[in-house]
Design a protein around this ligand. Structure first.
Ligand SMILES: Nc1ncnc2c1ncn2[C@@H]1O[C@H](COP(=O)(O)OP(=O)(O)OP(=O)(O)O)[C@@H](O)[C@H]1O
Ligand SMILES: [Mg+2]
Length: 505
């Protein structure tokens, strides 16, 4: 029988980098099919060939047995393929609804564009996600005002408005927090029940196992296996993804640093979207910050780093009052900060990798007023890349040419200089594959072991349970819960995040 979607011999090379090396992929109608593989294994490339964003060097693609020749995204859309990518494509200044109808073959009446009708038709797609927006989808709000997870949801709605028969979700859950993920998963299930083929990539294997029927695993630009999900456990998936390497070990390190000194003490901190937050972190401790999407987690970290203005409260580092009103002052007080949004804060995507990775050293140069030689710049960039094990073709290529996960690794490498006393990380591990995540966990734990106090915000509850000693749960800018020791489980985190939500106004 011919599969509904069939891709054969997909080849794509970027200069010296082979992104797809003869990959095959096939899937059926009504199926949720996961595409798995380490960072840089070619998943996005394969999907972009299907959606017409990337022109392959060679590929045969057929839908329903009919050969498909896509010369651009419009051709793919016409064939019923809609996609959501790792990098977002919304227009900041337009409202949510206007973004949804942007680029849809416009509804026409008597030959005129009918915006009103297009907007009305888009509305149901948005309403399906109402719960994930806390009840009221912000239809008329400009996209610029939305939190990252909300933008991601709008992006997904935009794909749904196109009523695809194949929906491609590339890391669509990476910036969503647990409550929103639930809503998305139920929409996906509903689409599949109606016969839509949903192909999705995710590095969160728990999600993959809950939602998909089959998974295809890629490695080094090739497809290595297609397996039925209910019969394949997580260990096996990891083994297929990373080859012979063992799955990341989970060590139990609970209750370690209780006797060490308090490094960071925050009392009654207030800022935009942060209300009366108090906590302390000891040297050697990793403190997590969780909760639903957009509850002030990012603002809390940005305030500590002097990016947002502090309105009230005190911050003590090793017992001394610190009032950082700029990042430079925060750095001087021993803080390091890894920003959450690689596209806007983390990397200059169009600039060469070497410039991106050497940026912190360039800062050093301006202080000392010494020119940094090209050789030093290269060496420093290389060191940063090695530190986080980022895979790239050449340091002269733009940062945007790295795979999504490798870009994220570069952000971490770039923003973690020498030996900071306090490390603030804003959801730094999204989109990073299981193997690399284990390495970065080690890096974070290593910083703590060297005596740093680490504050890590994460949208992934599993990550919080695996890497943190203790987790604060935030809701509407306040700390509403704290979990540690045996209490610190994914279920408890979700319950704690939702409980307040349910009891709220
Ligand atoms: N525009 C580009 N220019 C140069 N190289 C590229 C470009 N796009 C992708 N690559 C390279 O192709 C390889 C495959 O990348 P791809 O984005 O398909 O990986 P991926 O499996 O989606 O990874 P991730 O899990 O990190 O998103 C990587 O080595 C990447 O650096
Ligand atoms: Mg990708």
């Amino acid at each position: 029988m011919t599969p509904f979607l069939e891709m054969r011999g997909v080849h794509k090379r970027y200069g010296g980098v082979v992104a797809a090396d003869g990959a095959d992929f096939s899937a059926e109608r009504g199926e949720v099919h996961a595409l798995l593989g380490p960072n840089g294994s070619g998943k996005s490339t394969l999907l972009k060939v299907l959606t017409g964003v990337v022109a392959p060097d060679a590929a045969r693609v057929a839908i329903d047995g009919r050969p498909l020749s896509v010369r651009g995204p419009r051709d793919a859309l016409r064939a019923g393929v809609a996609a959501v990518y790792q990098e977002l494509s919304l227009v900041d200044e337009l409202s949510v609804l206007d973004n949804l109808v942007l680029g849809v073959e416009p509804a026409r009446r008597l030959g005129f564009l009918d915006r009103g009708r297009a907007r009305a038709a888009a509305r149901p797609a948005l309403d399906r996600f109402a719960e994930a927006f806390g009840g009221r989808p912000p239809a008329e709000a400009p996209v610029r005002d939305l939190a990252p997870g909300e933008r991601q949801l709008v992006e997904i709605c935009k794909a749904l408005v196109r009523e695809p028969s194949i929906l491609v979700l590339d890391e669509a859950t990476a910036s969503l927090r647990s409550g929103q993920v639930e809503v998305l998963l139920s929409v996906v299930r509903e689409l599949a029940d109606r016969g839509v083929l949903v192909v999705f990539t995710s590095h969160r294997l728990a999600e993959v196992q809950r939602i998909s029927q089959r998974a295809t695993i890629m490695r080094g630009g090739r497809t290595v296996a297609t397996v039925p999900i209910p019969q394949t456990d997580e260990g096996e998936l990891v083994r297929l993804m990373v080859g012979e390497l063992a799955a990341p070990k989970r060590e139990d390190r609970r209750g370690g640093p209780a006797e060490r000194q308090v490094r960071l003490k925050v009392s009654n901190l207030a800022a935009d979207r942060v209300h009366d937050v108090s906590f302390s972190v000891r040297a050697g401790e990793v403190l997590g910050v969780g909760g639903l999407q957009g509850q002030g987690q990012s603002e809390l970290l940005a305030t500590l780093f002097g990016v947002l203005r502090r309105r009230n409260g005190t911050v003590r580092v090793d017992g001394a009052d610190v009032h950082a009103s700029s990042p430079a002052q925060a750095v001087a007080a021993g803080f390091a900060y890894v920003p959450g949004n690689r596209a806007t804060e983390g990397l200059l995507l169009r600039r060469p990798l070497v410039e991106n990775l050497a940026l912190p050293s360039l800062g050093r140069r301006s202080r000392l007023r010494l020119p940094l030689s090209r050789a030093r710049e290269l060496a420093s960039a290389r060191e940063a890349a090695v530190r986080v094990n980022a895979r790239y073709g050449s340091l002269d290529e733009p940062a945007g040419s790295l795979s999504g996960g490798n870009q994220q690794k570069a952000v971490v490498g770039k923003w973690l200089p020498g030996r900071p006393r306090i490390v603030l990380m804003d959801d730094p591990l999204k989109g990073i594959d299981v193997g690399a995540k284990a390495e970065l966990f080690d890096l974070v734990r290593g910083l703590a072991a060297d005596g740093a106090a680490v504050v890590l915000s994460s949208s992934d509850d599993r990550e919080l349970t695996e890497v943190c000693d203790r987790v604060l749960v935030m809701f509407e800018g306040r700390v509403t819960g704290e979990l540690s020791g045996p209490e610190l489980t994914e279920d408890a985190l979700l319950a704690s995040a939702l409980q307040v939500h349910g009891n709220g106004p």
